[in-house]
Design a protein around this ligand. Sequence first.
Ligand code: LRH
Length: 473
Amino acid sequence: MTGGAVAAVDLGATSGRVMLGRVSDGMVSLEPVARFPNGPVEGADGLHWDFSALYGHILSGLRDAVAREPALASIGIDSWAVDYGLVAEGHLVGEPFHYRDERTLRGAEAVHAIVPFEQLYRRNGLQFLAFNTLYQYVTEQGLDDIDVALLIPDLVSFLLTGTQGAERTNASTTGLVDVQTGQWDLELARRLGVPASVLPPLVDPGAHLGRLRGEAAAAVGADLEVIAVGSHDTASAIVAVPLSSPNAAYISCGTWGLVGVELDTPVVSDAAREANFTNEGGVDGRVRFLHNVTGLWLLSESVRAWEAEDGESIDLPSLLADAASVGHDVPLFDANDPRLAAPGDMPARIAAVLRDAGAAAPTSRPAFARSIVESIAAAFAGAVHTAGRLTDREIDVIHIVGGGTLNRLLCQATADRSGLTVLAGPVEATALGNVLVQARALGWFGADAALETLREAVVAAFPPERFEPAQRP
Ligand code: LRH
């Protein structure tokens, strides 16, 4: 057999989706099946995810997928990184915390008091992000009382199949995986008081996890197989970047902009640590050497605040069209300013950041939107050049994938500010990477097909759009 259909469950921080992926003779196509909202929920003890609602959406989305394609071969799950659920006696204990909850700041202080960041970086290769899982674990009260902690996609797979594991690409974002060996760093876990028993066996993308168990099979209407994919959404997205040059950089752009290059071995130099670049695990043992830039979060939170003010919804494409006619000469701010990380009145916060830097905030919404887009693009361009410097590469093209490719103003601004050609697309890179890794595990590309073969299928089905840098004075 050279093909068939699979379902990709792709959970983002602001929305989730179930997609059907079809593969036939090396060609791939995608069909959206279900889309549902996601976001932080304020609880008595902080920000959480409504995981129960998400799981309900996943089951009903899969049911719809089976109704459309009864011959579905398998399911793959990916989601945002770092967050987890605690499981005791086979059940989820409470709703998982959201990574934007403030407790992480306490956690970071506690961890660095035991293992200074410099040492930590040499062991786990991760950039400092206060929400990395290890900082969250040390704030947990009852780790000794639970059976296992499962990252979000692993938790979904567990509920579906009963199999407990930690898929490697996402496990790499916990901070507890040794960047050189790819194994759990049990000595580090012990020093931080994280019991080894809560860390399940590591699982490779492409592994067959098992079939849907009774209740899940009944809810979905079929007894399907679940296959591990690059369960960190960014890892799946990078699978589907149609890298067009050995010196290409990529930006996986959604809520976050993950800006970097693909490597074979990690870089944990002092310069990489100082630039806060991360070495996350990619599919097939590749290294995602990248930096987190705050992405469309700044725009979506601003729109949310303006909608609350107006009491009606705002049409983003027309706001961006108005922003395009404002011109690029708007005040810039640091997109990664920590004051912009938590949910809230984003326009007021950005205005405060600008004010503190001695700049006046734009007065119209289109100018404000333009200021956000240009600030994100400036941060993207800076991170691309830093990635090149740290890896000794002359970056010659930037691929942007994900929802951000729909924002043409941002693609053009990134080209202009970096001085490099931007190749934009595919928009659904994450779901596509999820589908392709399942398809390969099912033998539809040949079990040994390299990522490059999968990427040829991407470029054939979704030729990227080109943005050339404009000559600015
Ligand atoms: C993007 C993402 C990113 C992580 C963040 C928590 O969705 O997975 O790679 O840093 O969410």
